[in-house]
Every structure is written in structure tokens, then in C-alpha cells.
Design a protein around this ligand. Structure first.
Ligand code: OAD
Length: 237
């Protein structure tokens, strides 16, 4: 059945949607920061102190992500975009690029991407997909250090990307919160914004989160197992 023409859907995803692809979540046991204090590898100060350590860490993350494939959860959201077109907005906190690999076309990458670098001096920013990187630490054509194009702790999210996500949260009828612990701001605020703006909020997460009280429906399951069915349900409404 064709969806109602005015229906708008937005989604916020987190590390949980990539868990079934084999990428460790941040706060689960065996989580990514386990062997690295976060201030060493994911802060501007840590990069200034030891860029090589930070690049080794991100090169390892790039290698891991390159060996993983999108799962049924990513594919279900790509299918939803295919059906709703511009009436669907996907915002992700993930930097692994798996939504794009699954076929999603417009992905608001709130925390940046493992697959982009930017110059610490001249403003150059671009794609870098070579795995592993041929030289650590990589340098820009201008000679300065390149850094991962990732939002580190203490840094602001890219303004336009966050504003587009907030606009989608405010104007949607249904907001999906998938695989996020909902503790990192301002990403988590998008779900509360959607709820305040009158959207139904559905959470897909095996565990309860601080966002659960704002949700109209909590599906306690892995995203890969249920998102396809939920997408069918959304498109049939
Ligand atoms: P977390 O590791 O904090 O949370 C992952 C969530 O996924 C948890 O609530 C799990 O219960 C849930 N989960 C686990 N397996 C799942 C599955 N198969 N299907 C659905 N959900 C599942 O990851 P995020 O919330 O993404 O930021 O973390 C947010 C941010 O914190 C990250 O983007 C990162 C980190 O600091 C930066 O690097 C800037």
C-alpha cells in the first residue's frame, strides 16, 4: 500500500545498528574505548599531544569498518528512504559509513566519518578510503597534518548537518531511535525534540535508555531482526 503522501519519518541511529555487522558499540562490554582512555584518542588535546597514536587508533577502526558489511537493519532504513524519498531523513552518530554502503543516499553524519580527512591548517577536507593508510600520520598537500573528519569530545557538531537533523525531528510524524544509548548530546536531544514537536517516537534497542520515557513504543530487540518488519508496518500505515 502506498504511504500517506504527507507522512514524514526521521531516524536517529547509533552504534547498536552496526553491532550486528561486527562493530563494537562504545558502551557495551568489550566497548571500543576499553584499551584507550577517551581523552587520548578522541579529543583535540589528545591529537595535539600524540597524533601518531590517534592515527593508529583510527587506522585500526578504518580497517575494522572496511572488513564489515551492512546488515538487515541498515538495509531496512535504505528501503524506507527508497519508498519515502525526501520525506525520510536519516541522521546517524556512526562514523563507519555502513548506511551509505547499504544504499541510503542522504545520511546526516552527525559525528563525521572515518572515510574523510581534513587539514589542520589549510581547510582542505576530502575523502580518503585507502586501507590501511600508506603513511601514518598522513599529511595534506600543504604539508600540515591531516586529522580524521570526526567530531571529538569537546568539539561542536557540523552546524548545517545538525540543523538539518533538528528540522527533520521537528517536522516528522514518526521518529525512530535505533541502537543508541541516548547519552551523548546534542544527538540525543533530537529524539526529545521530535517528541515535544508531536511526533510518535519508536525506540529499537534491546535495553532501556534515558530516551525510553519519551518513546511511544519500545521494541526490545536487535535492529537487524526487527527493522524490516517495522518498515513494512510504517509503509502500510
Ligand atoms: P553506545 O555504545 O553508547 O550505545 C549503543 C546502544 O546500542 C546501546 O543502548 C545498546 O543497548 C544498543 N544495542 C546493542 N546491540 C544492538 C542491536 N543489535 N540493535 C539495536 N541496538 C543495539 O553507542 P551510541 O549511542 O552510538 O561519539 O554512542 C553515541 C556516541 O558516543 C558515539 O557516536 C560516539 C560515542 O562517544 C563520538 O565518537 C563523538
Amino acid at each position: 500500500m502506498a504511504p500517506a503522501p504527507e507522512r514524514r519519518v526521521a531516524a536517529l541511529t547509533g552504534a547498536g545498528i552496526s553491532a550486528e555487522s561486527g562493530i563494537a558499540t562504545f558502551r557495551g562490554s568489550g566497548g571500543l574505548w576499553e584499551n584507550h582512555p577517551v581523552e587520548e584518542v578522541a579529543t583535540p588535546g589528545g591529537f595535539a599531544r600524540d597524533p601518531l597514536l590517534v592515527w593508529r587508533f583510527y587506522d585500526a577502526r578504518r580497517r575494522q569498518a572496511a572488513s564489515c558489511s551492512p546488515n538487515a537493519g541498515h538495509r531496512a532504513l535504505a528501503r524506507l528512504e527508497g519508498a519515502l524519498g525526501g520525506r525520510f531523513t536519516l541522521a546517524t552518530q556512526n562514523v563507519d559509513g555502513l548506511h551509505l554502503l547499504a544504499g541510503s543516499r542522504r545520511v546526516l553524519e552527525l559525528h563525521g566519518s572515518l572515510w574523510r580527512v581534513r587539514c589542520t591548517r589549510c581547510g582542505y577536507a576530502g575523502e580518503e578510503r585507502t586501507v590501511p593508510l600508506p603513511t601514518l600520520s598522513p599529511r595534506c598537500a600543504c604539508g600540515a597534518l591531516l586529522r580524521p573528519d570526526i567530531v571529538w569530545f569537546g568539539e561542536a557538531l557540523p552546524t548545517e548537518v545538525f540543523e538539518a537533523a533538528a528540522e527533520a525531528a521537528e517536522s516528522c510524524d514518526l521518529f525512530l531511535v535505533v541502537g543508541t544509548s541516548g547519552v551523548v548530546e546534542p544527538a540525543a536531544s533530537l529524539a526529545r525534540l521530535a517528541a515535544r514537536s508531536g511526533a510518535k517516537v519508536w525506540e529499537v534497542n534491546p535495553e532501556a535508555t534515558p530516551l525510553t520515557p519519551f518513546c511511544d513504543r519500545s521494541v526490545r530487540s536487535g535492529a537487524g531482526a526487527v527493522l524490516d518488519e517495522l518498515v513494512d508496518e510504517i509503509l502500510a500505515r
